[in-house]
Design a protein around this ligand. Structure first.
Ligand code: MN
Length: 337
């Protein structure tokens, strides 16, 4: 998405700034109470990981003219160390677009120092970058772009979707790169939904996008250890899984309503941040048909300085990125044919 620094100063953010005042806007206090000692000790039921934070969808804003998104988390909404290696997530909930001759979306803008992962749920997204990466993704597909040392790209509704119109829903996630890989060569992975191995959680099912789970491997290649999958739960079913201790675990409710970790009510647009240092399973019981996106990754444990479309480790590196972009070192897009 477009986080460009020049005109849209309202979108600028620096990690940590104003975090305290903003957190209250989107955070709900978890209703879950801490387990009593006898519950911790109980061997009957598998232990459940405590919830560290619960975030709720906030007001939507437009990114370009194609994406009406709610920012679920970002460094200014929540301590970036709590989310590492994930930096930001925008959710564009289902929205109808009418047919149009011009493609909606976000025009040419740069990125450096991280990866953008785009999940298409409804509608189609076209991507084109200065490193030669590009393609169209449709429902169920994922596009994983490593900006690394720097790309310039555009993100638009596909030509076909623009002409026909219809329902559109997507998520964009920013995944951080460790300091040693911030200047790695850009890379583009087009991941089709058909390539995701199926997961089974009793009555619920899932698709493995990255990492290893249930003896399978997701097709996405990540620079640091990451497990990423989605879960589809019919009404009155439950899913339960366990991820690596010490890794960040985020569960986003794309749609639906249910109870997480035994007693926390969650619904569409909610994000659960689990306590990464406590052992235990993640569990969700769906009251209605529910879809989840689950993200897990090894924390980088490095400073995060995020500004506009760049995410680096120091303010000096941000200045360098801006300078390099202005000098054209991140490339330019070829004119549209
Ligand atoms: Mn972008």
């Amino acid at each position: 998405m477009d986080r460009i620094d020049d005109k849209t100063t309202r979108r600028e953010f620096v990690a940590g700034v104003a975090a305290t005042s903003l957190v209250t806007a989107g955070c709900r206090a978890p209703t879950q109470r801490p387990p009593r000692e006898e519950e911790r000790a109980s061997a009957d039921a598998p232990s459940l990981k405590p919830i560290a934070q619960l975030m709720s969808a906030r007001e939507r804003h437009w990114v370009g003219d194609g994406f009406a998104v709610s920012t679920i988390f970002s460094p200014r909404l929540l301590d970036p160390q709590l989310l590492s290696p994930f930096i930001l997530m925008d959710h564009a909930p289902e929205r109808e677009f009418g047919p149009t001759a011009t493609r909606r979306g976000v025009g040419e803008h740069p990125h450096r120092g991280f990866e953008t992962v785009t999940f298409a749920y409804q509608g189609e997204i076209d991507h084109r970058d200065s490193h030669g990466g590009g393609g169209t993704i449709g429902p169920g597909d994922v596009q994983w772009m490593t900006a690394g040392s720097g790309v310039v790209h555009e993100e638009k509704h596909s030509r076909r979707f623009s002409q026909v119109g219809g329902a559109f829903e997507m998520v964009q996630l920013w995944v951080n790169l460790p300091a040693r890989l911030k200047m790695t060569a850009p890379r583009y992975q087009a991941l089709t939904g058909a390539s995701f191995p199926s997961l089974s959680f009793g009555g619920a099912s899932g698709r493995l996008i990255a990492g290893a789970l249930q003896g399978q491997n997701g097709p996405a290649s990540s620079h640091t250890p990451i497990t990423m999958f989605d879960v589809t739960l019919p009404a009155s079913t439950e899913s339960s899984f366990e991820l690596a201790l010490g890794h960040t675990v985020l569960v986003f409710v794309l749609e639906g309503e249910g109870v997480a970790q035994g007693e926390q009510r969650v619904s569409t647009g909610d994000l659960l941040v689990l306590d990464r240092d406590a052992p235990g399973r993640v569990q969700l019981a769906a009251n209605s048909a529910t879809r989840l996106l689950v993200l897990s990754g090894e924390p980088l444990g490095e400073p995060v300085v995020a500004r506009g479309p760049f995410v680096m480790n120091t303010a000096e590196e941000i200045q360098q990125a801006m300078q390099d972009y202005r000098r054209g070192l991140m490339g330019r897009l070829a004119p549209t044919t």
